[in-house]
Ligand binder design. Structure first.
Ligand code: SF4
Ligand code: SF4
Length: 198
């Protein structure tokens, strides 16, 4: 399945529409359109569709790879062996380039028709919160001690983002106290590490 997480603004609409047009012509592919991944919150129809899918997922979004992967993983408990491959649309100048990278990754053939599921009109609103990269986090608890607003918690030994809505918009402070570089703010593009680019 190919999933396109649409940009929250209108400025990428032309690019995305073109990309969707290309991808709709891939034989036998399933194409799922969803709203901006970082803004999804309890959007069960979207998550249900992803979890029900039996097979690899090729995921494209405007977020950086690490940011997109951990934003998705924080919500979904994918079964072991589940494959997700992310493509950052920001690193493909044209929709043609993005479509051809997707075609190669998913080993698809042009000249057919995809099944399109459009859930991109699902209402979402702007959000700002940290996302933990658990492949880097050592559960030291520094962020938990540091944040005055109760965003983090601990479940057993594992540090989690418990209450994302309590985070202060625009503040990436805790990412700077994390010695492992494990805290991502996907929209903090001023710093490569913080937005998940490195
Ligand atoms: S400070 Fe970083 S490494 Fe320590 S628990 Fe928080 S996210 Fe994990
Ligand atoms: S950015 Fe600030 S408010 Fe948000 S989780 Fe980190 S320390 Fe807490």
């Amino acid at each position: 399945m190919i999933v396109i997480s649409r940009h929250p603004g209108k400025e990428k609409k032309k690019y995305e529409d073109k990309l969707i047009k290309f991808l709709s012509g891939f034989a036998g592919a399933e194409l799922l359109l969803i709203p901006h991944l970082y803004y999804l919150k309890g959007n069960f129809a979207v998550y249900e569709k992803l979890l029900k899918h039996n097979g690899a997922i090729f995921f494209a979004s405007w977020l950086n790879k690490r940011a997109a992967e951990w934003t998705l993983l924080k919500e979904l408990d994918f079964p072991k062996g589940f494959q997700i491959q992310h493509l950052s649309l920001a690193s493909h100048k044209t929709p043609e380039n993005a479509a051809s990278a997707m075609k190669k990754a998913a080993k698809m053939q042009a000249g057919g028709k995809s099944k399109v599921f459009d859930l991109s009109k699902t209402a979402v609103s702007e959000r700002w919160y940290p996302v933990i990269d658990h492949s880097r986090c050592n559960n030291c608890g520094e962020c938990l001690e540091f944040c005055l607003f109760g965003v983090f918690s601990k479940s057993g030994k594992k540090v989690l983002v418990e209450d994302p809505e309590k985070c202060k918009p625009g503040c990436p402070a805790c990412s700077r106290v994390c010695a492992k570089g494990a805290i991502i703010f996907p929209h903090y593009f001023d710093d490569k590490k913080i937005c998940g680019l490195d």
